[in-house]
Design a binder for this molecule. Structure first.
Ligand SMILES: [Zn+2]
Ligand SMILES: [Zn+2]
Length: 348
């Protein structure tokens, strides 16, 4: 089959690799209908996250159709449309039982193989899904592949970020970063009742999208964000800041904008060695700080069941579609935000 494989820093190739086969009775093989390129794939692409074996199939966002099941898979059968969260989960361990499926004791991240151990990714024609019954989430006919793909990672992540921000209707809220996750966070924060919601980014087309989803756009190149937030909050600062970028600068801005007693909710993947604020600053602000990976399985099921994903045109953030053959261009376009790219997907 065709797959996008990691060939070293800034080298993603469309390669011919063997089709995945069932390894365990709880596995399923999924034929990919569409796969996403995620901001966290760029950490690997640029070498900020190290250790991935060359030849690893990239990607962890997918919607597809089950084409083969191991003999222990009873819940799903051939032909079932599914999404997969970006990690696998067993459904039985302590972490799965408390809904923290992203920290499943047996879980793995798709598209991460190190020293020959791990799981191949979804930017391919097929993917093997271990623990299929507890990992995969079925999609009913009224849920598009696009919605399914976004639910498996970034919409769930955005919702998780907003939920952790403890939103109350009258507060002042800020989302830092209007890339795909930031835009999903805007949708979720509005859904959870944020009336006054600011969204910060440098790119006009991303700010425009944030505005369409109900946020007040702020461009730090044109406006002093801190002054603006202090002005609308009687000089206090924001009640919560949702930081989705994962950079030291974004976290620094978050601590500058937050009021004493406020919450910073971070879902950006951080790769720096230290926080960009001191323990003393956190103490002096009585900071509540929530950071970490989203338990996407838990949220994907919840947001389907509560009919949240059904209500919003979240798929409108998908600006670019590529075939696997165009993989190199797809990564470059998404990475450099060429042609106003917000979210790129691959259609095998
Ligand atoms: Zn992702
Ligand atoms: Zn588990």
């Amino acid at each position: 089959m065709q797959a996008l494989t990691f060939g070293g820093i800034e080298t993603i190739q469309c390669s011919s690799v063997p089709d995945p086969a069932l390894l365990y009775p709880s596995d399923a093989i999924v034929k990919i209908s569409m796969a996403g390129i995620c901001g966290s794939d760029l950490h690997v692409y640029h070498g900020r996250e190290k250790g991935l074996d060359h030849g690893t199939v990239m990607g962890h966002e997918l919607a597809g159709i089950i084409v083969e099941t191991g003999k222990d898979v009873k819940k799903f059968h051939k032909g079932t449309r599914v999404l997969s969260p970006f990690t696998t989960s067993c459904g039985e361990c302590y972490y799965c039982s408390i809904g923290l499926t992203c920290r499943c004791e047996k879980g793995n991240l798709f598209g991460w193989v190190q020293h020959g151990e791990g799981l191949q990714g979804a930017q391919a024609t097929y993917v093997r899904v271990p623990m299929a019954e507890s990992t995969l989430v079925p999609l009913s006919n009224d849920i598009s592949d696009e919605k399914g793909l976004l639910l498996g990672d970034i919409f769930s992540t955005g919702y998780f970020c907003a939920e952790n921000a403890n939103i109350k209707p009258r507060g002042v809220y800020v989302v830092i970063g209007c890339g795909p996750v930031g835009l999903m966070t805007v949708v979720a924060a509005k859904h959870l009742g944020a009336e006054q919601l600011f969204a910060i980014d440098f790119f006009p087309e991303r700010l425009q999208k944030a505005k369409e989803f109900g946020a007040i756009p702020l461009n730090p190149a044109l406006t002093d964000c801190k002054e603006q937030i202090l002005n609308v909050s009687n000089g206090r600062g924001a009640d919560a800041v949702m930081e989705v970028v994962g950079s030291s600068e974004a976290l620094r801005l978050a601590i500058d904008l937050i009021r004493p007693g406020g919450t910073i909710s971070s879902v950006g993947v951080h790769t720096a060695n230290h926080f960009s604020f001191s323990p003393g600053e956190a103490y002096d602000k009585n900071l509540v700080y929530q950071i970490g990976r989203c338990p996407a399985h838990f949220y994907a099921e919840k947001l389907l069941k509560e009919e949240v994903v059904q209500r919003y045109a979240i798929e409108s953030i998908i600006t670019h579609r590529f075939s696997l053959n165009q993989g190199t261009t797809a990564y470059e376009t998404f990475d450099k935000k060429l042609d106003r790219c917000i979210k790129a997907i691959l259609i095998p």
